[in-house]
Design a protein around this ligand. Structure first.
Ligand code: NAP
Length: 307
């Protein structure tokens, strides 16, 4: 007799992976995170799979930091095609993978995993996704911008490295743990040895997470990027208050939401242009689809699915 298939859950856990009951079409793609309930990746990737007539599904998995190793072992056994990693797994995952591509190694974080002959291979599409998103939202290229990045975690590392690779005018990194921001800046120093001269402000610097430092930087940057989770909860304050923002800056909040994030609201109140992370989600996801399936992603189908 044919085994009855289970019905699909909104969020799976490690316990589900341990006693896996598949649905139809089979789940062989996933996003692992904590929290993960907010992730729009399933609706975007499932639309792309359906459109491309690929007979598999993508699902959310609430995986805690101390469960990541077991979760990787189980998806190897279950022959998953690939996984996206979100907060807080992108950095810790590197040590648990079989292979890490050069870009992810340099960034120090992986957001896309692909199974290749039973081995888990790590990639990073956040940087390129971010660059495409900024071009789409503000019609500018990173090379023409002075940028301040908030954060030094997985997303911030990819974003800061992409700004450096594209030879942005200057880069300031603000992190709540200053030393981590400093380490990130130091790792990018060789990109900033060129001839661009900007008067008294440094081309590359780590700055403290405080109002005076933000105020000085905002007068000397064109783009402010939030790559921290501050704003993920509706009750969070804006990481930078509105009174410190100014109409000349563009603000990109990597957090995505259908509603305005606290930072986007603060930017609009200050008369600045602002966008949230939906466009980055779209472009990093399209690049992930291309890594998994070696074919062009149906970008407009994916865009419509998250709108
Ligand atoms: P992560 O690796 O855990 O890094 C978190 C960073 O935020 C760290 O630098 C941490 O500082 C800082 N931070 C945490 N809580 C803070 C607070 N209360 N105040 C100030 N700083 C704080 O996370 P991640 O993977 O980089 O993700 C960061 C955010 O980017 C998430 O909200 C995620 O949703 C978003 N994201 C969006 C996209 C997209 O496609 N739109 C892609 C990637 C990430 P310390 O070093 O001091 O701990």
């Amino acid at each position: 007799m044919k085994k009855k298939r289970a019905s699909q859950k909104e969020v799976y856990t490690l316990a589900d992976l341990k006693s896996w009951r598949d649905v139809d079409p089979a789940i062989r793609l996933a996003v692992f995170g904590d929290p993960v309930e907010h992730s729009l990746s399933p609706q975007m990737q499932n639309a792309a799979l359906k459109h491309s007539k690929i007979d598999t599904q993508y699902a959310r998995f609430h995986i805690l930091q101390n469960e990541l190793r077991d979760a990787f072992d189980l998806i190897r056994e279950l022959k998953f095609i690939g996984v996206n990693l979100t907060i807080p797994h992108k950095i810790a995952a590197l040590e648990l993978l079989d292979l890490v591509d050069d870009n992810a190694k340099r960034v120090g974080a992986a957001n896309v995993l692909k199974m290749d002959n039973g081995k888990l291979h790590g990639f990073n599409t956040d940087g390129r996704g971010f660059s495409r998103a900024v071009r789409e939202e503000f019609s500018v290229d990173l090379r023409d911008l002075r940028v301040m990045v908030l954060g030094a975690g997985g997303a911030a590392r990819a974003i800061a490295r992409q700004c450096a690779k594209e030879n942005c005018e200057r880069l300031a990194i603000a992190n709540s743990t200053f030393e981590k921001g400093q380490q990130l800046a130091d790792s990018l120093r060789n990109f900033f040895e060129g001839p661009k001269v900007l008067g008294p402000v440094a081309r590359l610097q780590a700055i403290p997470w405080d109002e005076r430092a933000f105020q000085f930087q905002i007068a000397n940057v064109d783009l402010v990027v939030n790559a921290t989770p501050v704003g993920l909860n509706r009750s969070d304050p804006s990481p930078i208050p509105s009174r410190l923002l100014a109409p000349h800056v563009m603000v990109y909040d990597a957090i995505y939401s259908e509603k305005r994030t606290p930072l986007v609201s603060a930017a609009i109140e200050a008369g600045a242009r602002a966008a949230n992370g939906l466009s980055m989600l779209l472009h990093q996801g399209a690049l992930a689809f291309e890594i998994w399936f070696q074919r062009e992603a149906p970008l407009e189908v994916m865009r419509a699915a998250i709108r």
